[in-house]
Design a protein around this ligand. Structure first.
Ligand SMILES: Cc1ncc(COP(=O)(O)O)c(C=O)c1O
Length: 353
């Protein structure tokens, strides 16, 4: 640490992202919930059609075409859509600007929330999940802080239904509810439709999981126009050009290709069901995940031991060395072939226990 760092950042504990191996070799990478499929064909066209020549020019800071494409997909006016450099960027603005009374979130949820809270000096209220890892909206009833709900939650994959999100919005109309729908396209139900009715609801989504653009860095939010105006004000006060030209085009093309989106997310759901069933047959305890990952506890093997055994066999999954979830690993759902390899290797690991 340098002697120049502001005192309030000296205890900052940065987010620990999942391992991103430089040399993939034969590794099967099931640790950061990316899509195993390539981006939609239209996206690849853009990257090869010479559009990159325009890179000498700044990008459209209003993200006009992209916001129109997102708006058309969800049936909302583009003025109610905000785009950011990954949904982490959007969430950072939310913590920075929308939490004057602090932020409330679950004890087990996306690990970036407490980091953002610390980074922006936001008071946090931690609301424990129930014993079965579910979220009970009633637990948030008396809380005045801005509520962050990952739905489906990470790393459990469990979902709230729209009626439960609506209950959170109704509990206190003067409290903002931010629903992080990073994984919603794999079996959850989006609450974008509710943003028309509730001006205290903001939905955040990403192109990283169901739209194959984790490397492009693109996320968005949908909410009341006033909330979107606030997000734009923050973005224009920080980095108006935060989304580069190629990503703007790629995001638009990905959003417009509904058939590819449906096909690929359908395959993930099938592969998830296949792998979940096999793991359960082998004695695993597996949550009913509606995300592109499984959250699983091995029989008679600690989470850390199972993670290391898979690592030794070239399969990278995510293990969180944290209270309540130490016995589990989070496995990104990949291709059918990758899931078959995971199951075969797991069977061998269990035999050698
Ligand atoms: C729940 C949740 N929200 C947001 C993100 C951030 O996604 P990105 O910044 O790639 O859009 C992630 C990434 O894994 C996530 O798990």
């Amino acid at each position: 640490m340098s002697r120049f760092l502001d005192q309030k950042l000296q205890t900052l504990e940065p987010y620990t992202p999942g391992e991103q191996p430089r040399d993939m070799g034969k590794l099967i990478k099931l640790n950061t919930n990316e899509s195993p499929f390539p981006p939609a064909p239209g996206v690849l066209d853009i990257l090869t059609r010479g559009q990159s020549a325009d890179l000498r020019l700044y990008p459209d800071m209003n993200c006009t075409a992209l916001r129109a494409a997102i708006g058309a997909f969800y049936g909302v006016e583009p003025q109610r859509v905000f785009a950011g450099n990954g949904s982490d960027d959007v969430l950072a603005f939310c913590f920075h600007g929308f939490c004057p009374n602090g932020a409330a979130f679950a004890d087990i949820t996306y690990g970036f929330y407490p980091v953002f809270a610390q980074m922006f000096g936001v008071q946090e209220t931690i609301v424990p999940l129930r014993a079965d890892f579910s979220i009970d909206p009633q637990d948030y009833a008396g809380i005045k802080s801005t509520v962050f709900i990952a739905n489906p939650n990470a790393p459990t994959g469990l979902c709230l239904v729209p009626g439960q999100i609506e209950a959170l919005c109704r509990q206190n109309p003067d409290r903002l509810v931010i629903v992080d729908e990073a994984y919603v396209d794999f079996g959850g139900e989006t609450v974008v439709g509710l943003t028309e009715k509730y001006d205290n609801l903001l939905v955040v989504q990403t192109f990283s999981k169901s739209r194959q653009l984790a490397g492009g860095r693109l996320g968005f939010a949908i909410g009341a126009k006033a909330l979107i105006d606030d997000l734009n004000a923050m973005k224009f006060a920080f980095n108006p050009y935060s989304i580069n030209r190629l990503t703007l085009l790629a995001g638009q093309a990905a959003m417009e290709d509904r058939a590819y989106f449906d096909k690929t997310r359908g395959q993930i759901c099938e592969n998830r069901a296949f792998a979940r069933e096999k793991l359960i047959q082998m004695g695993f305890s597996v949550t009913d995940s509606r995300a592109n990952f499984l959250f699983a506890r091995a029989p008679g093997l600690s989470g850390g031991a199972y993670y290391k055994a898979l690592r030794d066999r070239g399969i990278l999954v995510r293990w969180f060395d944290r209270d309540r979830i130490r016995d589990y690993v989070r496995i990104t759902v990949g291709t059918r072939e990758q899931m078959e390899t995971l199951i075969e290797e797991t069977a061998q690991i269990l035999r050698q226990r």
